[in-house]
Design a binder for this molecule. Structure first.
Ligand code: 5AD
Ligand code: FES
Length: 344
């Protein structure tokens, strides 16, 4: 397997078969590839870890993804939606705390029309012109993405979830479409967004072969950001009885993705911190370079429960940032100030 890893390091590209083998026989390669990934990250970003202030604007969603705690069929969720004033207040507080990127994330909630979102984005940009606005609001039309971009949105996160069509079909109800998701990602790229894709590690029915397709997709698409975290079952979903993904495989894949596309912005996710108290530190030490403290109002935090036992639900924004800042320093890194754009 050494030859495959060497080829990856040299060419940043493998075929599907080689990716699958790399994953299958990773045990003896992981430590080596982690060091290589860390060197690559530091050669571009040094010891800087970028922060994004995450604002969970709504847990109302028209979709019914089988894995997700806020799916529409979950009747046990207390639904909420933040008002424009609440969202702006989160940004103002975040700005004072030093955040220069705001991520507006939410379910696919029809309340957030283009008109409302454009006004909101415009106002955030007016108040904080030195900040980047990232949207993570799911699938929308090309016209909608174009309008939001014109209003000032800089980045868009839309995990592809899996690059294998059949696997996609096992995670989502029939009315959701793999092709539409991929179309969205390409439109966002064409409209000039910095685009993030990503997937869950250890999701139900995932195999080395489907993961190989995820890695090949990343190699081809070269996303500016890539969000990966372990699948964590949620008790109120059809996938409640599947096992969670592991820290080990998540960290290995973070290293491989760093090697495939060196400048990629790679978050060490809350899900990783949820399955292991040191998970986010381990992710950063495997090649990740972004963290996303929660800026949502504390009274809604527990309601944005995509998976069981999600962390950071009790803390105020300042506490969450302080906690991450300590964690980042404990491994010899520092939180960077500024928008934290990709260095490519
Ligand atoms: N476990 C881990 N991640 C999840 N997500 C949704 N449900 C879960 C879960 N049970 C992820 C999806 C989505 C992102 C916002 O959260 O990948 O794109
Ligand atoms: Fe949110 Fe520790 S990072 S509380």
């Amino acid at each position: 397997m050494r030859e495959i890893a060497e080829k990856l390091l040299k060419t940043r590209s493998l075929d599907l078969n080689e990716y699958a083998k790399l994953i299958r026989y990773r045990a003896n390669l992981a430590e080596w590839l982690k060091q290589e990934a860390l060197n690559i990250k530091e050669s571009i970003y040094g010891k800087d870890v970028y922060i994004r202030g995450l604002i969970e604007i709504s847990n109302i969603c028209k979709n019914d993804c089988y894995y997700c705690g806020i799916r529409r069929s979950n009747g046990d969720v207390e639904r909420y939606r933040l008002s424009e004033e609440q969202i702006l207040a989160c940004c103002d507080e975040g700005y004072t705390l030093g955040f220069r990127t705001f991520v507006l994330q939410g379910g696919e909630d029809g309340y957030f029309t283009d008109e409302r979102l454009c006004a909101l984005i415009g106002e955030i940009k007016r108040r904080h012109s030195d900040c980047a606005v990232t949207l993570s609001l799911g699938e929308r039309s090309d016209d909608s993405y174009a309008a939001l971009r014109r209003a000032g949105a800089d980045r868009y996160l839309l995990r592809h979830e899996t690059a294998d069509r059949e696997h996609y079909g096992k995670l989502h109800p029939p009315e959701m479409s793999f092709d539409n998701r991929m179309r969205c990602l390409r439109s966002l790229r064409d409209l000039g967004y910095q685009v993030g894709c990503g997937f869950m590690v250890g999701s139900p029915y995932q195999t080395e072969e489907t993961l190989a397709k995820d890695l090949k997709f990343i190699e081809d698409f070269k996303p500016d950001m890539c969000g990966i975290g372990p699948f964590v079952p949620h008790h109120g979903t059809p996938m409640r009885d599947f096992a969670a993904g592991t820290v080990e495989l998540t960290c290995f894949l973070l290293s491989v993705i760093r090697i495939i596309y060196p400048p990629v912005l790679l978050p060490s996710t809350t899900a990783l911190g949820t399955i292991d108290p040191q998970g986010r530190e381990k992710g950063l030490l495997s090649g990740a370079n972004v963290v996303m403290p929660n800026l949502s109002p504390t009274n809604v935090r527990r309601k944005y429960e995509l998976y069981d036992n999600k962390i950071c639900t009790g803390e105020e924004a300042a506490e969450c940032k302080g906690c991450l800042s300590r964690r980042v320093r404990s491994i010899g890194c520092r939180l960077a100030i500024g928008r934290g754009d990709i260095k490519k």
